[in-house]
Design a protein. Structure first.
Length: 292
């Protein structure tokens, strides 16, 4: 494969498109134009704004001076996962490229995206200072009441109504739909979007398998064995999140370079961050069942 770097790079837009179409949390991604790559590969530089509040206006001296501080804060990515795949040798570069495209697209849809969604929800739930409530919701009325508590908590904390997103399990959403009342429609209308999240991606904490230790060879993730609980729903104000991700250009090893087999090797790596701004913790609300 004469030009593996160019071949690898040309698949980045394809992988990004697959991610955007399959991910339930992609809508929460921050504006990539606002961040810079840090000095290290796993660091990002994010602008942080801080300002002082109002002071008394004096007719003689006029306005009270105030400070506005814009700083660039370096944050470390907390998601860094990857895999290397081996594909038997192909007749030519084009055939090999098509094989990688199919493999990578399916891998992102079925393995990367579910784990990335689960990781993000669990990361936000694990952030100290966000609002969490343990509760069992047995019917539609209970779900609506819980959503009302969530929206009221955000209202009281002065979280803007715009850009609040509801993530909820299909089971609980079905309970609300069965009510089919004006009240249920009014409450749901308070969210910018509603996204149904399978329970398999919706936990307060997860364990990520390393891919090589005995019993963890399959990789992926599971609900945390210690302290992990099923989530009922989450209400997230998008501006409260630090959420960025990128597909690192795939590493492609040709059969000529491969010392182990007459095959191409394709390495995929995803690096990103899922965190909450320390001054916007009120923008994340999580309702969950008891752990166990």
């Amino acid at each position: 494969m004469a030009n593996t770097i160019e071949l690898a790079k040309k698949y980045i837009p394809i992988l990004d498109e697959v991610y955007k179409n399959a991910s339930l949390t992609a809508k929460l991604d921050g504006d990539s134009n606002l961040v810079q790559q840090g000095a290290n590969a796993n660091e990002l530089i994010i602008p942080m704004l801080d300002m002082q509040g109002l002071g008394d206006y004096d007719r003689n001296s006029g306005y009270v001076s105030g400070d506005v501080t814009m700083t660039n804060e370096t944050v470390k990515c907390n998601f860094d996962r990857g895999r290397m795949f081996t594909v038997d040798t192909m007749d030519n570069e084009e055939t090999a490229g098509l094989a990688f495209g199919r493999l990578a697209s399916e891998f992102i849809r079925t393995k990367v995206v579910p784990e990335l969604d689960a990781f993000r929800f669990a990361s936000y739930c694990g952030k100290s200072g966000i609002t969490k409530k343990e509760e069992t919701l047995n019917d539609g009325a209970a779900v609506l009441a819980a959503l009302r508590v969530a929206t009221t908590a955000m209202d009281e904390a002065e979280v803007p109504m715009e850009d609040r997103h509801l993530f909820i399990t299909p089971t609980l959403d079905g309970m609300i739909a069965d009510l089919d009342t004006t009240k249920s429609r009014e409450i749901l209308a308070r969210f910018t979007t509603k996204t149904l999240v399978p329970q398999t991606r919706f936990y307060t904490a997860i364990d990520q398998k390393d891919g090589h230790t005995g019993g963890q060879e399959a990789g992926g993730y599971t609900k945390a064995s210690s302290g992990g609980a099923d989530l009922n729903f989450m209400v997230i104000h998008k501006p409260a999140l630090i959420q960025f991700e990128k597909h690192v250009a795939p590493k492609i090893v040709t059969p000529e370079q491969n010392q182990d087999a007459d095959a191409y090797k394709y390495g995929y790596r995803n690096v990103g961050i899922a965190d909450v701004y320390k001054n916007k913790l009120a923008g994340v609300y999580a309702s969950h069942k008891s752990a166990g």
